[in-house]
Write a protein that binds this ligand. Structure first.
Ligand code: KAF
Ligand code: ZN
Length: 611
């Protein structure tokens, strides 16, 4: 041990022993909040906490994994018991953390305390128990729901696979309506009954720690004053592009479904190829501008080539390693759940799990062999790559720079993966000569994924923030939902809705309590990331054609940002990768520029908008 270091530890020991209210295992409850201003002590306390937290979190992560991949009552009880125990422990930790006065601490330590103390806190065991019951119940309703066909058929379909396939593949207006309404009838009302109580508990927890309500907790992750106004401005900037896409798609749908789609009003929500009308790429065949060109949809080719699910994961892994990032470790391949098991109920919605011990990271997906899931595999692996990159950070910093960053990693990679250049290399596409028409065809499909999503990604939490604030009350939950769906997305319910419906509950992130604005943020910043990684690679030409496969220069830059975790505010992480400190729509606009020009030409003299 070098002398300086030894002296440091000696000093710690002396200081430590001279502080009567502090022992190695704890800090006396008698101390007043903010009364300890000894930074060395704080460091020691944090270090001890780190070690203990790893064990506790691992226990919960395993229990959570066991439940979500095998939804038995037993696994639910085990998970909720551990969660209760961890909650008590967590409350104690926070109580102790508040004893420190961090004012004069170094930047890093101060930030650790700040992150440690973020969020709400239920302070009553009965409330915690009830809260856990409600959230488990909502998730279970969502995971178990099935919609049955009319007699004499006895067939009952779950969301995945079943209803989602109907929504993407069927072109029969009534069948689509059946699946759309059936799913909402099955999950909406039972989840809606529990939702107000869920809101109540989240707000109690938030107020216990000094927030106005839960919306403040959710927005705090973005560490920017008036972030809502920033978001509003960003949304306005991309709205013209969305409006033109919407108008063009509406006309194509009218060609297909006739008068049931109006010329100038909102689009019926069940015709866009997706249960939530959040992404429209599944109706690419209906809206294709140049049907004579080879389709950029790789689903048929994947099936012709007998692709396996495992292969999809290996191809994604290969992309990450090709740019010099870390490959998924052996435990990933052993412990992940790649396909829906036949013998038990699972939460099918994709997720990536950091067990926070060693390099144990896992993906849970009910993967099917199609283009969409090929993309989702990259999305989920992006989360795992982030986990692996920041694993040497102290525990509190093992998180995305903000939630949007975590969502953007895999998607940034996927912006390269979907390029015809890369898919050609992989033998999934064989476009020999790439013309301007190919560009439009490709960009239109990308817009159905990326631009169509923006108002959806924007409105979900606009709805929830007002619910948490009490501005929207339970009687108005559903009507407000549709007001926002129409205002931002320009879609409408195909059948009348009432206050006994609870259509928000039909989207996974509502019963699971997962904030959603992260995806809106992600869908903007991933284009900023993509553009700067392309610069790093010295790509020439339009950025929608750029593919960073095998560019270690790009990988190095991305890796440096990922390794920061949450140790600095996201603006610093953004600067690390793009040189900018703001979320900026110019990259996404540049990417789609040729399409925007083309759509404006197509819509010339036609109705645009839905008022
Ligand atoms: C994104 C990208 C493409 C299409 C659509 C989206 C939006 C969104 C959706 O509506 O489907 N995508 C997802 O929900 C993908 C799942 C996930 O990777 O974002 C997952 C969601 C989840 C699952 C369980 C508990 C919490 C959140 N997120 C993660 O696994 C996750 C989140 C933060 C850090 C690390 C992992
Ligand atoms: Zn995700």
């Amino acid at each position: 041990m070098e002398v300086g270091r030894m002296f440091f530890w000696l000093l710690i020991l002396v200081l430590f022993c001279s502080t009567s209210h502090v022992s190695a295992t704890g800090i006396s409850d008698e101390l007043e909040d903010g009364s300890i201003d000894n930074e060395i002590l704080a460091v020691m306390w944090l270090q001890e906490l780190n070690t203990k937290l790893i064990d506790k979190n691992y226990e919960l992560a395993v229990a959570n994994w066991n439940y979500e991949t095998n939804m038995t009552d037993h696994n639910s009880v085990v998970m909720n018991n551990i969660s209760l125990e961890l909650h008590d422990w967590d409350t104690e930790v926070k109580k102790k953390a508040r004893k420190f006065n961090t004012e004069n601490f170094s930047y890093e330590i101060k930030r650790m305390f700040k992150l440690l103390l973020q969020g709400g806190e239920l302070r009553n065991d009965e409330q915690v128990r009830r809260y856990n019951t409600i959230t488990t119940e909502m998730l279970s309703i969502y995971a178990h729901a099935k919609v049955c066909r009319d007699p004499p058929s006895t067939e009952c379909l779950p969301l995945e696979p079943g209803l989602e396939s109907i929504m993407s593949d069927s072109r029969d207006y009534d069948e689509l309506l059946w699946a759309w309404k059936g799913w909402r009838d099955a999950v909406g009302p039972p989840i809606g009954k529990l939702y107000p109580e869920y809101v109540k508990f989240r707000n109690i927890a938030a107020r216990n720690t000094g927030y106005n309500d839960e919306s403040d907790v959710w927005l705090e992750n973005y560490e920017e004053d008036d972030f809502e106004t920033v978001l509003d401005e960003l949304f306005q900037e991309i709205k013209p592009l969305y409006m033109h896409l919407h108008a063009y798609v509406r006309r194509k749908l009218r060609d297909r479904y006739g008068d049931r789609v109006s010329t100038d009003g909102p689009i019926p929500a069940h015709l866009l190829g997706n249960m939530w009308a959040q992404q429209w790429d599944n109706i690419y065949d209906i809206v294709r501008p140049f049907p004579d060109l080879e389709s950029v949809d790789i689903t048929p080719t994947m099936r012709e080539q007998d692709y396996t699910v495992l292969q999809m994961f290996h191809i994604a892994n290969n992309f990450f390693t090709s740019i010099g990032l870390t490959g998924m470790p052996p435990t990933f391949w052993k412990k992940s759940m790649f396909v829906k098991p036949r013998d038990r109920d699972v939460v099918c919605h994709g997720s990536a799990h950091d067990m926070q011990k060693g390099n144990d990271v896992r993906i849970k997906m009910c993967t099917q062999i199609n283009y969409n899931d090929f993309y989702t595999v990259h999305h989920e692996m992006g989360h795992c790559e982030y986990y692996l990159q920041y694993r040497d950070q102290p525990l509190v910093f093992r998180a995305g720079a903000n939630h949007g960053f975590h969502e953007a990693v895999g998607d940034t990679i996927a912006l390269s993966v979907v390029t015809p250049d890369y898919l050609n290399k992989m033998g999934l596409l064989s476009v020999e000569k790439f013309t301007d028409r190919h560009d439009i065809d490709f960009l239109l499909r990308q817009a159905l994924v990326k631009i169509a999503f923006l108002p959806f990604g924007f409105m979900i939490d606009k709805w929830r923030w007002d619910v948490f604030r009490g501005i929207t009350t339970p009687e108005d939950y559903n009507s407000k939902w549709w007001e926002l769906r129409t205002k931002y997305q320009g879609i409408e319910a195909p059948v009348e809705r009432s206050s006994t419906d609870f259509d928000p509950g039909a989207k996974y992130h509502i019963p699971s309590g997962t904030p959603y604005i992260r995806y809106f943020v992600s869908f903007l910043i991933q284009f900023q990331f993509h553009e700067s990684l392309c610069k790093e690679k010295n790509h020439e030409g339009p950025i929608h054609r750029c593919n960073i496969y095998q560019s270690t220069a790009a990988g190095d830059r991305l890796g440096a940002m990922l390794r920061m975790g949450a140790s600095r505010p996201w603006q610093d992480a953004m600067q690390e990768i793009t040189g900018q400190r703001k979320i900026d729509t110019s990259s996404i606009k540049r990417y789609f520029d040729p399409l925007f020009t083309w759509l404006q030409e197509q819509n010339y003299g036609k109705d645009v908008g839905w008022d």
